[in-house]
Design a protein around this ligand. Structure first.
Ligand code: ADP
Length: 466
């Protein structure tokens, strides 16, 4: 496995730490190398300048001694000349035949003598090693009295080298420190950032293994990308949980709804088989029940089909709301004489953007519910309110009401408030889901408010047809 593959399988934390560590190391090393080279060049040039200055000073000193001065005179003045030199520089004077005649200081041995100058003022500069020490060696022709000599200066680079070593050690130590510090900081930072991701992963594994009921609780609440990710995940999980529960509920309700009439028909058919041939009463009653159950199953199937059908929206649908409301109440008044319908209109009437059939069914479903779930003489109040781009239809009744805990579910398929009412005639638990489906289809909205024992209010909002 090469490094890339190996790195690929490391945890995010290791990747993070390695990346920061390497990045810091490389940048630090690059900066250090540049600084080190710059310092090296600058300090070395400085050393050369110092050595040259000493050579110049010595030449000027010899020149200033006049034409009559002798070597013996100078040998007596070494103290003065020592003052011109640094204490670790050594100067030697040679005759042109190579014989040494004067030495000031003795910190370095003599270097090879250079006596071939291209011009009388030339300074020959060499960088070499003497006795294992790096040194600058400089040669120049000087005049003492009338005679020409060669001056040799040996300038050791020990001080310069120890400064460079010191800088190098400091940089190295600071580098190690910086990388260690970076590693510690990135370890903690990665821990802080990666912990929520780990929690997310663990939560996903738990959901995968144990289902949607698994509790998720993230401690990370920062408003950054990771925080957003966790919040999105939580809300998605919540939605999934709800839709999963609804699905489960739907399947169990649907199978229950269909099982009951089938069982009942089965019972009556075997009753007919055993006794019905001879007993016309049993035959009659069982046939009636079976037909009723069949009708009920047919209704359920039709309503389910209606819900499942993806009809296209009637593009130019436009309906007179008041006319539809009055048509439905007139129809129902025939069947339920005891019901009072009270309809009023506010605002300038306009047509709503919905098909006639859809609105008929919506109003019919809501009115039938108001009549069905009502212990009193049903009183149904309808207010149609036209306002700008919308028409609001408010239908309130004096029925038994719906308890608050049921309100969020009454638009779900097969949802009925409690089983005691299962036998309410014509009740399938599908009416309101069809109503909501139709309203959604035409871009409308429906909401419900209810108070137990007082009544229920359905508020519809539909768009006006432009
Ligand atoms: P159903 O076919 O049972 O009427 P719906 O979907 O129309 O199904 O209604 C769902 C449930 O909501 C009903 O079972 C009923 O308990 C409750 N409900 C609906 N409308 C009303 C109302 N106006 N007053 C009281 N309860 C209502």
């Amino acid at each position: 496995m090469n490094i890339k593959d190996r790195l690929k399988h490391q945890s995010l934390k290791t990747k993070w730490m390695l990346t920061t560590g390497v990045a810091i190391l490389i940048s630090y090393a690059a900066i250090c190398i540049v600084i080190f080279i710059a310092l090296h060049t600058w300090l070395l040039a400085n050393e050369e300048k110092n050595a040259l200055r000493t050579v110049d000073d010595m030449s000027s000193f010899f020149a200033s001694q006049g034409l009559t001065v002798t070597i013996q005179d100078l040998q007596n003045q070494t103290g003065l000349m020592k003052a011109i030199l640094n204490q670790d520089q050594t100067v030697r004077l040679y005759q042109l035949d190579g014989k040494e005649i004067l030495q000031i200081n003795n910190t370095s041995p003599a270097a090879n003598l250079a006596i071939f100058f291209s011009s009388p003022n030339e300074t020959i500069i060499d960088e070499t090693t003497l006795d294992g020490r790096d040194v600058y060696v400089m040669h120049r022709l000087v005049h003492i009295g009338p005679i020409q000599y060669v001056l040799q200066l040996v300038h050791p680079l020990t001080a310069f080298q120890s400064i460079m070593r010191y800088i190098f050690t400091t940089m190295l130590m600071m580098g190690v420190g910086a990388v260690l510090l970076a590693a510690i900081i990135s370890y903690y930072a990665s821990n802080v950032l990666i912990r929520p991701l780990r929690q997310l992963r663990n939560s996903m594994i738990a959901v995968k293994e144990q289902g949607f009921e698994t509790q998720v609780d993230f401690e990370y609440d920062a408003k950054d990308e990771i925080g957003d990710l966790l919040r999105i995940y939580e809300s998605m999980l919540h939605e999934l949980k709800i839709s999963f529960n609804r699905q489960q509920q739907f399947i169990s309700n649907a199978s229950h709804e269909l099982r009951t009439p089938i069982q009942s028909m089965e019972g009556h058919l075997s009753l007919m088989k055993r006794w019905g041939k001879n007993d016309p009463d049993v035959l009659e009653e069982s046939l009636d029940t079976t037909l009723n159950e069949l009708a009920r199953m047919k209704q359920i199937m039709e309503e389910l089909l209606q819900l499942a059908r993806k009809e296209s929206i009637a593009e130019n649908a436009s309906t007179d709301v008041e006319a539809v409301v009055r048509q439905v109440s007139t129809e129902l008044q025939f069947i339920y004489e005891e019901v009072t319908f009270d309809t009023s209109v506010v605002g300038q009437p306009k047509h709503a953007a919905i098909s006639n059939e859809a609105l008929l069914q919506i109003i019919r479903n809501l009115y039938e519910n108001s009549i069905r779930y009502n212990g009193n003489m049903p009183y149904i109040k309808t207010m149609i309110h036209y306002e700008n781009d919308h028409v609001y239809i408010e239908i309130s009744d004096n029925g038994i009401g719906i308890a608050e805990e049921h309100l969020p579910y009454i638009f779900d398929r097969f949802y009925r408030v409690d089983d005691a009412r299962v036998h309410v005639e014509g009740s399938t638990g599908l009416g309101l889901s069809i109503t909501k489906m139709l309203i959604d289809k035409y871009g409308g909205e429906i909401e419900v408010h209810s108070q137990m024992g007082k009544g229920t209010v359905f508020l519809l909002r539909l768009t006006i047809k432009m």
